[in-house]
Write a protein that binds this ligand. Structure first.
Ligand code: ATP
Ligand code: MG
Length: 424
C-alpha cells in the first residue's frame, strides 16, 4: 500500500532545495549585517504558552493549533508561530540581564497550523522571523522593517508594498475599543459568530475578519489613528520619519490590525503587488508587543518583531519571474577505463574529497561514454580520465570542461594539479 504525504505539507526535493538554501543563506547574511543572532527553540511547547501570548480570540488559537496530549498527560502544541517561544526563552533564560541590550534574535524553522490548504497556505511551513526585545526606541521599529524589506529587495523583488499602522498604547487602545464597540454592537447580529465573540473580548480583531471583510460597517469603523494620544502619535511620527530616512516607501493604513492580542504601537505588513500572485498577497507581518514579557512572567521589556514564510517568498519570486542564480557544479568527475583503473578511483576519489573538492565516480559499471554523460549531468568542471596505460605510468589526464584544455599530470598529485588548473 502506498502512503502519501499529509495534506498541507510538501517534500522539498533536490533541485528545489537549493533555492531554499540560497534564501536561508541570504537571510543569515542579512541577520549578521543587522546584528540579529539565531535562536533555536523547541518545535512543541506547553499549550498554555500560546493561549497566553497569541491570545484566545485569534484564528491561531481558536482553530489552527495542533494540540495533543503526551503520554504524561501534558497538553502540548506544535508551535504555530515563533514570537511566543522566543519571548518565553528570553524570560526563562533571563536574557533581560545580558549586558548587550536590546536582545536581537532571529529564528528560521517549521511552524504548524491546521488551515485549509491553498496557494500560500500550508499546514507545515517555514517562517523566518526576528524579535528585538528591550528597547522602545522607534528607530528599532524602523530597523526591523528595514530588515524584512531588505530580504525581499536583495533577492530581486520590486513589486513590494509596505503598509504601516499604529495601534497606540494601552490608553489609546481603550478609547478606540469603546468607539469600536459603539460602532459595531447595534448591528453585531449581521456579523459572523467569531466577530460576535470578538466584540467583547477584542473588538479590534473584527477589523481583521476574513468572512465579514466587505460588510459596510468595516469601512466606516472608527480609525485608531483618531484615538492615538499624544505619546502614541509622536511615536508613530518618529517611526515614519525613520522609514523616510531609510528610503523605504510605505503607506499608512488605519485598518491594518495584526493577529496577536498583545500588539501595540507599530503594526506592519509587506505585500506583493506582482500580477497573478493570487488572493493571498501578504508576505510578512509584524509589530510591537510591549507587555508580552510581563504576561509571560518576566520584567518589562518592550519588543518588536516580524515573521515571513519562505513559501510565500518563493511564490513572490515566481510571480515576478525571478530565477535565483543557483550554480550546482561539481569540481571533478573521475572517468575510469578498465577494471584496475576503476578500482584505483575508489581511493583517488577519497583523496580529492579530503582535499576539499566535490568529486564523483561511476557506480553503475557504465561504459566510457556513459561516464562522460554522467559528468555532464553533474556539470563537472573537470573530468579526470584514468586508463590502463596511464595507471601503469602513474599518470592521469585532466580536462577542463569549461575551456577544453587538457593536461597529463602525475597520479599522486591530482589534487594539487586541480588546484593549479583552477587558479588560472
Ligand atoms: P494570514 O492573514 O495570511 O492568515 P496571518 O496573520 O495568520 O496571515 P502571521 O501569523 O502574521 O500570518 O504570520 C506571518 C507570515 O507567515 C504571513 O505573513 C505569511 O507570510 C506566513 N504564513 C502564515 N500562515 C501561513 C501558512 N499557513 N502557510 C504559509 N505561510 C504562512
Ligand atoms: Mg492566518
Amino acid at each position: 500500500m502506498q502512503i502519501n504525504i499529509p495534506r498541507g505539507t510538501q517534500d522539498i526535493l533536490p533541485g528545489t532545495v537549493e533555492k531554499w538554501q540560497y534564501i536561508e543563506n541570504r537571510i543569515k547574511d542579512l541577520c549578521d549585517r543587522f546584528q540579529y543572532n539565531e535562536i533555536r527553540t523547541p518545535i512543541f511547547e506547553h499549550t498554555e504558552l500560546f493561549l497566553r501570548s497569541v491570545g484566545d480570540t485569534t484564528d491561531i488559537v481558536t482553530k489552527e493549533m495542533y494540540t495533543f496530549e503526551d503520554r504524561g498527560e501534558r497538553s502540548l502544541t506544535l508551535r504555530p508561530e515563533g514570537t511566543a517561544s522566543v519571548v518565553r526563552s528570553f524570560v526563562e533564560n533571563k536574557m533581560f540581564g545580558l549586558p548587550s541590550q536590546p536582545v536581537k534574535l532571529f529564528y528560521l524553522g517549521q511552524m504548524f497550523r491546521y488551515e485549509r490548504p491553498q496557494a500560500g497556505r500550508f499546514r507545515q511551513f517555514v517562517q523566518f522571523g526576528v524579535e528585538a526585545i528591550g528597547s522602545k526606541d522607534p528607530a528599532i521599529d524602523a530597523e526591523v522593517m528595514a530588515l524584512a524589506y531588505s530580504v525581499y529587495e536583495s533577492l530581486g523583488l520590486s513589486k513590494l508594498k509596505l503598509v504601516v499602522n499604529s495601534l497606540g498604547d494601552k490608553e489609546s487602545r481603550l478609547a478606540h475599543r469603546e468607539a469600536l464597540m459603539g460602532h459595531f454592537s447595534p448591528s453585531i447580529g449581521e456579523f459572523c459568530k467569531d466577530c460576535q465573540s470578538r466584540l467583547e473580548k477584542n473588538p479590534m480583531r473584527i477589523l481583521d475578519c476574513k468572512k465579514d471583510h466587505d460588510h459596510p460597517l468595516m469601512k466606516s469603523a472608527p480609525s485608531i489613528l483618531e484615538y492615538l494620544n499624544e505619546d502614541s502619535k509622536q511615536y508613530f511620527e518618529k517611526v515614519q520619519a525613520y522609514l523616510t530616512a531609510l528610503n523605504i516607501p510605505y503607506e499608512v493604513d488605519s485598518n491594518l490590525v495584526r493577529g496577536l492580542d498583545y500588539y501595540n504601537h507599530t503594526a506592519f505588513e509587506i505585500m506583493s503587488e506582482a500580477e497573478g500572485f493570487g488572493a493571498i498577497t501578504t508576505l510578512c507581518g509584524g509589530g510591537r508587543y510591549n507587555g508580552l514579557t510581563e504576561e509571560l512572567g518576566g520584567p518589562e521589556a518592550p519588543g518588536i518583531g516580524f515573521a515571513m514564510s519562505l513559501e510565500r517568498l518563493l511564490a513572490a519570486l515566481q510571480a515576478e519571474g525571478i530565477e535565483l542564480p543557483i550554480e550546482k557544479k561539481i569540481d571533478c568527475y573521475l572517468v575510469a577505463l578498465g577494471e584496475e583503473a576503476k578500482d584505483y578511483t575508489v581511493g583517488l576519489l577519497n583523496e580529492l574529497r579530503k582535499a576539499g573538492f566535490s568529486a564523483e565516480r561511476d557506480y553503475l559499471d557504465r561504459k566510457v561514454k556513459g561516464q562522460f554523460k554522467a559528468a555532464d549531468r553533474l556539470q563537472a568542471k573537470f573530468v579526470a580520465i584514468l586508463g590502463e596505460d596511464e595507471l601503469k605510468e602513474n599518470k592521469i589526464n585532466v580536462k577542463s570542461q569549461e575551456t577544453g584544455e587538457q593536461k597529463q599530470v602525475n597520479l599522486d598529485h591530482l589534487a594539487a594539479a586541480l588546484k593549479d588548473f583552477q587558479s588560472y
